[in-house]
Design a protein around this ligand. Structure first.
Ligand code: KG4
Ligand code: ZN
Length: 363
């Protein structure tokens, strides 16, 4: 049993959490998330402002997480910190702080890949959200479709060729004149609207695609964003009705694409569980559509609650525990990286059930 402090500063949330446990029996003791609202003014995250905000917040946020867990620094047995991918200046704050704390307390530090954190988040709430499963990670910076054979063994089936799913939501929100971050605003508008005359093509989704085709699992959202732009321009002055119709048609196209690609993966690998993660997994329409489609295939869908879907340190501590249990420990020169390959990717040459050889996905 290990008690771990998690730290997350990869983007615009300063977060700290304490978990304890062993293997998949883990309890969340505390979770503090401080969202940097200042970026709303600029319509997107301003990297230097984010770094400086982490610098002023990281100590009080960690303090608060320890207090809520009723613990002192001396009670912590390890530190897990996000060291990539993300905004490098933002990551550096968490990494420097985490290493200093680990060094001072004489406990091991482990660097965690942000997206591997998202992969573990749902398991903190759902005991059955453990491998083997199909995973769809949809955040502001990434869209990854994975087959998870075991923790630490990930087959990257598909990813986005351009915009991430959350990025598409944010850009469409901007086109519709909605605030940043746009996901929740677009969802709210879409779920109270009818698509009317609008229907956007489902990007990179065709019936004639076959497993092994380069676009069988990949997604692409930049064309959909252009379709929205053209619709907005076509309207001239946007009425509330048209704004809602466009939001709804956009969300319908994006959701159907993600659901179908995920269903393909679950079917091909015969997975009975599907795990969602990342900020876009807050989208209720997406989760409900997944449950309907995957339920019909006999699979159960696990989605994290809002706090664990968006960026948080609990998921970082949870993924960190896995690595610590494997005997991993970061050296004192642990660095931060803007881009970082997901650890544990299974080689392209390894066979998958069904049809031969896995192709290497793009990261
Ligand atoms: O995982 P996350 O908190 O941060 C990153 O690692 O990027 O994801 C943030 C993204 C943003 O793009 C935000 O617009 C999107 O998640 N998002 C949503 C919803 N809530 C957050 N997208 C669609 N529907 C939502 N309800
Ligand atoms: Zn994230």
């Amino acid at each position: 049993m290990t008690r771990i402090l998690g730290i997350e500063t990869s983007c615009d949330e300063t977060s700290a959490a304490v978990i304890d446990g062993a293997g998949d029996a883990v309890a969340l003791r505390s979770l503090v998330i401080l969202s940097q609202d200042v970026h709303r003014i600029f319509g997107g995250v301003v990297p230097e402002i984010a770094s400086r905000a982490h610098l002023t917040s990281v100590v009080p946020v960690v303090d608060q997480a320890l207090r809520e867990a009723d613990l002192g620094v001396r009670d912590i047995e390890a530190v897990a910190v996000t060291n990539g991918p993300g905004l490098v200046g933002a990551l550096l704050v968490g990494v420097s702080f985490g290493k200093a704390l680990g060094f001072a307390a004489g406990v091991p530090v482990v660097g965690v890949h942000h997206m591997e954190g998202h992969l573990f988040a749902t398991a903190l709430e759902h005991r059955e959200a453990v491998p083997p499963f199909t995973a769809l990670l949809v955040s502001g910076g990434h869209t990854l479709l994975l087959d998870v054979e075991a923790w630490g063994r990930y087959r990257l089936l598909g990813s986005t060729r351009d915009d991430a799913a959350g990025e598409a939501f944010d850009k469409v929100a901007k086109l519709l004149g909605l605030p940043y971050p746009g996901g929740p605003h677009v969802e709210r508008l879409a779920s109270s609207s009818d698509p009317g005359a609008y229907r956007f093509a489902r990007p990179m989704l065709r019936r004639d695609q076959m497993p092994g085709d380069a676009d069988y699992y990949d997604v692409s959202f930049s064309g959909l964003k252009t379709a929205v732009l053209n619709a907005v321009r076509g309207e001239g002055q946007l009425s509330d009705l048209n704004r809602g119709a466009i939001a709804r048609a956009f969300q319908d196209a994006l959701v159907e694409t993600l659901v179908e690609k995920t269903a393909r993966a679950a079917e091909q690998f015969g997975r009975a569980r599907v795990v969602l993660g990342g900020g876009v997994a807050c989208n209720r329409t997406l989760v409900a559509a997944m449950e309907r489609r995957l339920g019909a295939l006999g699979a159960t869908v696990f989605a994290p609650s809002l706090r664990l879907a968006t960026d948080n340190a609990a998921m970082i501590a949870r993924a960190g525990l896995f690595h610590l249990e494997r005997g991993e420990k970061a050296p004192l020169d642990l660095n931060a990286y803007a881009s970082l390959p997901l650890p544990g990717l299974v080689e392209a040459s390894e066979r998958r059930p069904g049809d031969g050889v896995v192709r290497r996905g793009r990261g």
